[in-house]
Design a binder for this molecule. Structure first.
Ligand code: UT7
Length: 324
């Protein structure tokens, strides 16, 4: 049997507290009008003090396990993508494994910034197709609010917290059609978050140590061009025309970046899953949260073709074409 990778369950978690653009306008010199017009964001969720990447991941994971109607013990690989792990080690994936009562298999974290969900999906697909794993849980869980500089209006308006989950299993039927992941470390200075405990900081950078630092306008331009290229790469690899795609589930960084990718695909925005307005950019959680939302509200149906894509610090970028 040719082993394919099939999605069998999804889940998501968003913290209860939200920060509106109006609230952020009381913290930095900005306005609801500016933020919404330039980004498409109206509000974002902010984790409570007691929450962590592992706790949010657990809630999202339990939803995905319930949706898939499997027992957690069947999961033999857990991959958590996060830029805000609970500890340097053990990995958040190991903490999650314990929270789920799983004592077998393997669990590890990956770091690909906002592309984390696509990287995790790509790794899961290779493990399943090769027979190294049968049932894989992938998670994106992020506490962006803890690494945002709340005095920097260029970044603090953008990010939010949340966790998304997806369960994948070996199947005779096609599911994940292809994944494409890339990185280029050349652009570290355009978007980074240093690790204050490990980095030997240059004094001029010390003020931003441990916070997201971004040259937004430059990142924007690279993101648009790169995502256009990955759309072509994905369609070519599958011998498909643009019209074959039913849904675009993009990383939620900026509505103008999403609209540019949709335009490249000649896709009306009705076929694009957008969560940005109420969630902001939840980094590695965003694609999984958006996919989960559209599955649960009935937009994405079994048999439909879905293109997921993301771009993030590194730079990292990637896509996944799925027959759901
Ligand atoms: O997910 C990982 C990848 N990240 C991204 O893809 C993010 C990509 N970048 C972006 O989304 C956009 O670049 C931003 C939303 C961050 C910024 O939008 P922009 O249209 O690129 O604005 P800009 O940085 O070119 O700034 C334009 C003006 C500047 O003022 P001057 O110099 O023209 O007077 C900024 O100081 O807007 C000003 N500005 C703001 N004004 C009000 C920047 N941030 C704000 C703000 N409120 N929050």
């Amino acid at each position: 049997m040719i082993r394919h990778t099939k999605i069998i369950g999804t889940g998501g978690y968003l913290p209860e507290t939200t920060y509106s653009n109006e609230h952020i306008s009381t913290l930095v010199d900005t306005s609801d009008e500016w933020i919404f017009e330039r980004t498409g964001i109206k509000s974002r969720h902010i984790a409570a003090a007691h929450e962590s990447a592992a706790s949010m991941a657990e809630t999202a994971a339990r939803q995905a396990i319930a949706a898939a109607e499997i027992d957690a013990s069947q999961i033999d690989l857990i991959i958590v993508a996060t830029g805000t792990p609970d500890n340097v080690y053990p990995s958040t994936a190991c903490l999650l494994q314990h929270r789920l009562g799983i004592k077998t298999g393997v669990a590890f974290d990956i770091q690909a910034a906002c592309s984390g969900a696509i990287f995790a999906l790509s790794i899961a697909d290779q493990y399943i197709k090769s027979g190294m794993a049968n049932t894989v849980l992938i998670i994106g869980s992020e506490l962006c609010s803890r690494i945002v500089d709340w005095t920097d209006r260029g970044t603090c308006i953008l990010f939010g917290d949340g966790a998304g989950a997806m369960l994948l299993t070996a199947s005779a039927e096609a599911g994940v059609l292809s994944t494409h992941i890339h990185s280029n470390g050349e652009f570290e200075n355009l978007l980074y978050c240093s690790n204050p405990q490990a980095a030997a900081e240059a004094p001029e950078n010390a003020a931003n140590s441990g916070c997201i630092t971004m040259r937004g306008n430059e990142v924007f331009k690279v993101a648009v061009n790169t995502l256009e290229r990955i759309v072509d790469e994905t369609l070519e690899a599958n011998g498909l025309e643009k019209t074959a795609i039913d849904w675009l589930v993009p990383h939620q960084a900026n509505i103008r970046i999403i609209a540019a990718t949709a335009k490249k695909l000649k896709m009306p925005m009705e076929q694009v899953v957008v969560t940005l307005e109420t969630q902001g950019n939840t980094s590695s959680a965003s694609v999984l949260l958006a996919f989960n939302e559209a599955v649960r509200d009935g937009r994405i149906q079994r048999g439909q073709v879905v293109l997921m894509e993301a771009f993030g610090a590194g730079f990292t970028w990637g896509s996944a074409l799925i027959k759901y």
